[in-house]
Design a protein around this ligand. Structure first.
Ligand code: HEM
Length: 121
């Protein structure tokens, strides 16, 4: 088993920042996830993605499930929007040539929060 969190092993903030930017482009380009961020200013969106990546990679600025639920409740995130975001995240990690087992571990982290994030049909 490799040592440290995925966040640490893949270069901490430097890599997380690059993943964030690539993920960010995909989320805005998607007709499913893009609209959720229509009224969100870009610095806040980048902030969102950074915390998203840090949270699932086990880095600093991790959010508790209680916090995540509170922050997303009013957003009416649908199951398909969640799945789309998870898919775009996987695509991004593949683009960064992350090891398959690490990708699977991150996808597990994301999917374990599905019920916390999704609040609409
Ligand atoms: C495991 C999955 C997710 C995690 C870990 C996550 C993480 C976060 C965090 C940490 C924030 C708070 C940012 C802040 O204000 O400090 C946030 C807000 C937000 N999230 Fe998520 N998120 C997830 C899934 C989603 C999905 C699927 C959507 C929509 C498709 C979404 C849309 C938003 C929006 C629109 C905000 C508000 C941004 C703002 O107004 O500043 N999130 N999320």
């Amino acid at each position: 088993m490799a040592k440290g969190t995925i966040f640490e092993r893949y270069g901490g903030f430097a890599t997380a920042g690059k993943i964030v930017m690539a993920f960010y482009d995909r989320i805005l380009d998607s007709d499913v996830t893009g609209p959720y961020f229509d009224d969100v200013e870009m610095p806040r969106l980048i902030d969102h993605q950074t915390k998203f990546v840090a949270t699932v990679m086990g880095g600093p600025a991790s959010y508790s499930d209680e916090m995540l639920e509170q922050l997303h409740r009013r957003l009416d995130v649908t199951g398909s929007a969640f799945d789309e975001m998870a898919r775009l995240f996987r695509d991004t990690l593949e683009e960064f040539a992350m090891a398959r087992e690490d990708i699977e571990a991150l996808m597990k982290e994301i999917n374990s929060r599905r019920d916390v994030i999704v609040s609409a049909n």
